[in-house]
Design a protein around this ligand. Structure first.
Ligand code: SAM
Length: 296
């Protein structure tokens, strides 16, 4: 999407659960009519709220009359570069890996052609989702991931599997695949994230290694994987600890925590498991951890 694209975001409260299911299942043309549907760029659900993103001014009066199960709370208008803070950022060079954020598919194809001689490169079009690569939490996770695949930390073999809980645009999942994982699963509950991540799989031709599923991270807690990546809020991490998401993993990369939240997370984690903290990096207001199973 171009930085100057003006987004119109409808914030709707669903008066009952069936309302969100309807948005999830029905075709946009049936719900909004062909003109509005053409401008619909994505949906995001948060508790009993739905956010509908359009890339043009639209009128949803008819939709709201037909479906009184929705209450219009607010209409937000803002430019894409305000929504996606960092839109238009230059490539992120991390030595062994390069992330090229792109906010426009045409620009992406140009950059792809030019990138043949560069270090392994990942192209990320974030769409409306979180994670073009430049956020301090994402960047630190990427740096940890690169380190995991460095010979000095590899131990006997490269981790072949990675689970990315709260994958956003898929940037970490794709990086894991690019660095050496053979099978990666990325999970996010957001439609916007899953849509962006699946597109990014295609841009990067990594669909044979990476799968993206929509769902709650909590429902994937027990999926087998050597490496778990989780750049996700503390309340989700706490659920994940108690569900055993971090039991018996070779490496954990955890971020999205404020420093005092980091202490809470580590305490809960270490009560169940024995991990060694290989690195803890504080950037801006965030703390991120790379942990290794003590026996791994
Ligand atoms: C901080 S972003 C991280 C995105 C990406 N992994 C990165 O590092 O840039 C957190 C992501 O977790 C997702 N998320 C939050 N709670 C979740 C849950 N309970 N289950 C699945 N995804 C969740 C959000 O939709 C968002 O895409």
């Amino acid at each position: 999407m171009k930085p100057e694209t003006l987004l119109t975001i409808f914030e709707l409260r669903a008066k009952d659960k069936s309302a969100l299911e309807l948005l999830d299942a029905a075709l946009p043309t049936e719900l909004f009519g062909p003109t509005c549907a053409k401008s619909l760029r994505g949906l995001h659900f948060e508790a009993d709220f739905a956010f509908l993103f359009f890339d043009a001014p639209v009128d949803l009066e008819q939709f709201l009359k037909t479906y009184p199960i929705f209450e219009l709370r607010q209409i937000h208008t803002l430019r894409y570069d305000q929504w996606q803070d960092g839109a238009g950022s230059p490539p992120i060079d991390l030595g062994e890996l390069r992330i090229v954020p792109s906010f426009d598919s045409k620009q992406l194809s140009q950059e792809k052609k030019q990138a043949l001689s560069l270090p392994p490169t990942i192209f990320i079009d974030p769409g409306l989702a979180f994670g073009y690569g430049g956020h301090p939490t994402t960047k630190t996770c990427l740096e940890f991931l690169i380190s995991i695949y460095k010979p000095k930390y590899l131990g006997s073999k490269k981790p072949a599997t990675s689970l990315d809980l709260g994958c956003g645009t898929g940037v970490l999942a794709l990086a894991a695949a690019k660095l050496g994982a053979k099978r990666v699963l990325g999970v996010d509950h957001s439609h916007l994230a899953v849509e962006a991540a699946r597109k990014n799989l295609t841009y990067n031709r990594l669909a044979h290694k990476v799968t993206i599923e929509r769902g709650l991270a909590q429902n994937y807690a027990r999926r087998p994987s050597e490496v778990v990546l989780a750049n996700i809020p503390l309340f989700v991490l706490s659920d994940l600890v108690s569900l055993g998401a971090f039991d018996e993993r070779s490496h954990l990369i955890v971020s999205g925590l404020l420093p005092d939240e980091g202490d809470v997370f580590l305490k809960a984690l270490m009560e169940r498991n024995s991990y060694e903290i290989i690195d803890a990096v504080r950037t801006d207001r965030w703390i991120s951890y790379w942990l290794k199973m003590s026996s791994a």
